[in-house]
Ligand binder design. Sequence first.
Ligand code: ATP
Ligand code: MG
Ligand code: FE
Length: 353
Amino acid sequence: MRVLGIETTCDETAAAVVSDRLGAEGGDILSNEVLSQIAQHAVYGGVVPEIAARAHIDVLDRLIVRALANAKVELSDIDAIAAAAGPGLIGGVLIGLTAAKGLALATGKPFIAVNHLEAHALTARLTDPLDFPYVALLVSGGHTQLVAIRDVGDYRRLGSTIDDAAGEAFDKVAKMLGLPYPGGPQIEKLAQEGDARRFDFPRPMLGRGGADFSLSGLKTAVRQEVLKLGTPNDQDVKDIAASFQAAIVDVIVDRVRGGIKLFTEGEGRPSGLVIGGGVAANGAIRRALTRLCAESGLRFVSPPPVLCSDNGAIIAWAGLERFKRGFRDDLGFAPRPRWPLDAIASGAHHGKA
Ligand code: ATP
Ligand code: MG
Ligand code: FE
């Protein structure tokens, strides 16, 4: 079974073809075309919605053609067409969704609307044989949450940020330090040469019950330190990067511990912990979560960084998982700029055929 997946919710235009494996778990990525718009947004220090939408229109059709060609398939070989229908920027979502619906209409193939967060959460099953239920940590520029993944379409939010998303915190701290957007990779690189103990930044919510995050206090503490330094020199910048990253790693580990506890109380032992979202590319976070899982005897599944950030293969895979369970969507399915994951009660958000 092969599914074409389209992703346009933020600043990556992406199309991919993914297939399942006969009689085996996991899937194969036949093609995964991603065009990042980072260069177009970097001058503004963040994603500009209008620019994003126009850039998606410019390249999406060619990207779909390329995804089919590189997968060595024709449109007629595709079993279903999936697109991320949200959450995300309305202009971008509309473009990917409309393209997918158009292809579905023209070919008579089934159309599947995918929740972008659901796609991040299900990616671990594309790369690894992982059974439900498990805990997913989704950390990106727009989202930071812990979710119980009970089954395809059956999700319960364990906790989420009450202010900034993790990627947003990385990006804002980078901006304060005069580093280019996106800030996460820059901070990670500089942190390697910095002293993580030089600045004792706060670890908000540490030890608190539940699994909610709060990151704006940490960001503010960094801003005050930067102001105190006046013009930070190269070593100051590295030390701030290292101290900030150490703080956010501590917060994430503590909150994940809380999420696993909530999960265990509610539904027993999870089969593992998975991560997704652009921030999941961070090596310090991966290492800390690897340790946490080893201590708790839990399996840790971290898809390769290219599959953690936004791409079409994760949408195609989530579409394939939904398709196999009998989910189909109407061509009238409207874009959902806001679309919390736990609103996807089994079959409730969009119909079983
Ligand atoms: P969405 O939230 O809808 O998934 P997004 O575009 O914000 O959209 P991604 O593209 O998945 O999300 O992730 C981008 C974010 O990840 C940025 O905030 C970026 O700074 C952060 N990021 C990328 N690499 C790293 C890294 N190595 N360390 C920390 N943060 C990183
Ligand atoms: Mg992005
Ligand atoms: Fe994403």
